[in-house]
Structures are given as structure tokens and as C-alpha cells.
Design a protein around this ligand. Sequence first.
Ligand SMILES: Nc1ncnc2c1ncn2[C@@H]1O[C@H](COP(=O)(O)OP(=O)(O)OP(=O)(O)O)[C@@H](O)[C@H]1O
Length: 494
Amino acid sequence: MPSSPVPAQVLVVDDEPDLRTLYELTLLREGYRVDAAGSLAEAWAQLESKKFDAVITDMRLPDGQGLELLHRMLARQRTERCIVMTAYGSAENAVEALKAGAFDYLTKPVDLKQFRTVVASAIQETGGTGARPRTAPGIAKQPLTAAADRPPNSQLALERLVGNSPSMRDVKERIAKVARSMAPVLVRGESGTGKELVARAVHACSHRSEGPFVAVNCSAIPESLLEAEFFGAKKGSYTGAAADREGYFQAARGGTLFLDEIGDLPLAMQSKLLRAIQERSVRALGSTQEDIVDVRIVSATHRDLAADVHAGLFRQDLYYRLNVIEILVPPLRERREDLPELCQALLTRIAQESGMPTPVLSQAICTQLIGHPLTGNVRELENLLHRAVALYDGEELQVDFAPTQLPVREADSSSPAPSSLPLTSASAPLALPDDLQAFLDQQEREILVRALHESGFNRTAAAQRLGLSLRQIRYRIARLAIAAPGDEANGDAA
Ligand SMILES: Nc1ncnc2c1ncn2[C@@H]1O[C@H](COP(=O)(O)OP(=O)(O)OP(=O)(O)O)[C@@H](O)[C@H]1O
């Protein structure tokens, strides 16, 4: 990739001459142009004399706090990305800086590899470039305030979030605003309100949008596999690890890691996740090498995490780290005015997926839908319309408001499979498998394939039949590499 003729310009603010020199040399070696200041006053004088792409400031300076510089830059609508360096262990400062609008933070003593990664990320987001640019030069060096300044897919991602009610407009504005930094985002809302769509929009509106979006459903991964799934595993590091495999953190490098149902993460794994966020590095199982974390974390939950913290179910320090910026997605009952537009958009999508013209929704049905409780939010609405389209006879679209019939199961609710499946027989005990995991995988695969076939490869319907959420079935389909029509449209990792 050719170098830009104009290298990015960075201002380093630190009162320790040795550290300043170290940072300067590191950045110069990366091909940036570097200026340095030893105090707030000096830094401000530099800022008034010219524009930079990024400002890296220590928190404690002889004439004040690095945060003051950040506040002042934001008040003057300066376009530079600001990276704040905080003392080790002072999570409050890091979180405070991110909440105040810092692009990112670094913990002292600064790891130079991390330093380079974070600065490169900030420069990339402003469109500046070092001698080894990671993106094509020429992106406007401006803050992402106006729609025109956002990445090309951002508008599309925001439009996918159908709804023009004041609360949805607030959500979209917040997405566009928070997309600009690396600050972790926690998306809260009831099940089915569209939290994953919000997370995707945050990614699409950020300049990480060209990187991967890796969605992980924390509640669907068996506890014993969590560490390997998150951080990766070397061949042979645990039974069944037949080859080296990347974890979600590595797969999301340069992009966004979406941790859905974060409240369901067991406490032991919460500690490991916190460590990964604090240390900004992860180590694959069985590996001696640390991988730098270069991901933006967006998490989501339908639970009241603050209450979980009080109840001792969720680590307070992790909550604090993940909840730097919160986006609350309102339930559908609080934005019923969105229903006509939502019905139209969902019907169009469902009909397109089924390769048929979009049926017309009568006023009467629309009114009925508006009066329906829809406690399952947009997902319930989507399911109602899915069923309606499946039964559509070309005349008038009918919506069946009766609750979905789930398959009858054996009296013993712990039985994992419907009684009709000839998987095991009560009278003839199975020979013990010599590879339990492979055996269970095979059983699971057969059940999933059958449910998918019987539901015409409609994953929502198949999930419902098996008592799984859509996310759970997606995870299982991906884990067992079951190919289904339409897979290519879905880039999820989980
Ligand atoms: N505003 C919206 N516009 C269009 N479709 C939507 C909207 N909100 C949700 N949906 C659709 O509803 C379904 C559920 O959305 P999503 O998976 O994002 O919800 P969620 O809040 O993450 O649910 P859960 O908490 O159960 O994981 C998806 O198919 C999504 O495309």
C-alpha cells in the first residue's frame, strides 16, 4: 500500500522528559510527525498553533489534569483524537476519560506495542497515516458529526433500525455519537428489542466498520469451552482441540466484539474477561504468547446488571468497565407509533427472503397488531409475520395471534429431545461412546438438521421447535458447521 505524502501529526504531552522522548522516538519510527509538550499550557499553545491528528496526554501534569486538556479540546470542537495515559490500577480515570470523550486510554507503564496499536487506531479513525498506513489514505480528517462524515454503510445500518419515534431517534443519534471512540458500549433492553441491530449499527458507524463484527452469545457457550472460545486455543491444549484455533478476541481484531447476553457469563469467566480488558491482551489456551487486544467491545443484556452486581452475580469492576456508555433500547410498547413502519419493513424482508411479492397488511390487522401486547417485542412481531407469510394464500394476509405451539415433550422435562426422536430407547441402554463429545455432536447435528429441514430452513422456527433462542441455534449451527441456505448473508461468528 503506498504511503501518504502527508504523515499524521501527533502531539505528545508528558512532563517526564525521558518518557516523552521514548514516546516521540516510537512514533517517529512509525512515520508520524511528532511534537511534544511538558505541561497543559505548552500543549495548549501547540494546539493553538496548528492542527494535529491525535493528542496523547498524561493524566497528571504539573499545571493540571490531562482531562482538562480533553474538555477544552471538546469545548473548542477540536478534531484531534485524544488518548489519555492513566496510572496502573486507576480504572476510574480511564473510564472517566472515555465518558468525557477520549478516543481511548493507555495504562502506565505503557506497553509500546499497545501504544503503537492504539495510536494507529486513532490515526486511522481520523484518516491520518503513518509511514505504514493500515488504511487507504484520503479519508476526511474530521470528526464524525455529520452523516456525510460517517463510513458509507453507516446510513444503511441506521436505516435497518426501523422506527422514527422520538425514543428510536434518540437511540440512533446516540449510536452515531458514541461510534466515534473506542469506549465500551453496553446496550440494554428487553429481549427482542433490537439490541444486536444497535450493536451492528455502532460498528457500522465507526471507522472500524471495515474490520470484522464478531457476535458472541455468552449464554449459548458451554462453560467449559468459554475460555477457548474467547481467547483461542493451541492444538492439544484441551481434549478435542485438534488444531490451533482463534478466539473471538483474535477474530475481531481491528473490528468490534459484540458480547450478547453478557449478564449470563459465569463469574469465573467474568474475571478473565476483565483481565483481558485491563491488560489489553489475551493468551490462547496452551500458548505462551500474549496477543494484543485490538477490539472495541459492545455488550448487551436484557437483565438488570446493576441489580446483578448488588446480588453478587456480576462483578462490579467488570460492569463499570463495560458500561462506559449505555444505550437503552425501548420496548415496543413504548413506541407503538413505530409499528406500521416496522410491519411494512419486516413484511418486505420476509417476503423477499421467501422469494414472493410483499403481501398487503390491511388496516384492520395493523390495528390488531397495535393492540397486541407484543411482550416479545420486535422478535415476536417478526415471528407473527413469518407465520402469516408462510400461511399466505395470495388473498388477504391473516395474522394468527395464538401463542406458538411447541412440540410436546416427554413428561421428564430434563429430556433433551422430543419423544418422537428415535435417539435412545428406554429399554435398550446405549453402548457407552468412546468419544462422548463426538457422539453428542453427532446427535445434536442430526436434531438440528432435522429441525431445519422440517421448518424449511427457517432458523427462527427451528429454534422455536427445539426450545432454543435464535441466537442459540445460530451458535450451534456455526459450531457444527451445518450449511443452510442463506448462510452467506450472515457473517456472525456465533
Ligand atoms: N428496529 C428494528 N427494525 C427492524 N428490525 C428489528 C428492529 N428491532 C429488532 N428487529 C428484528 O427483530 C429481531 C430481534 O432483534 P435482535 O436480535 O437485535 O434483538 P435483541 O434485543 O438482541 O434480542 P435478544 O435480547 O433476545 O438477544 C431481529 O430479527 C431484528 O432484525
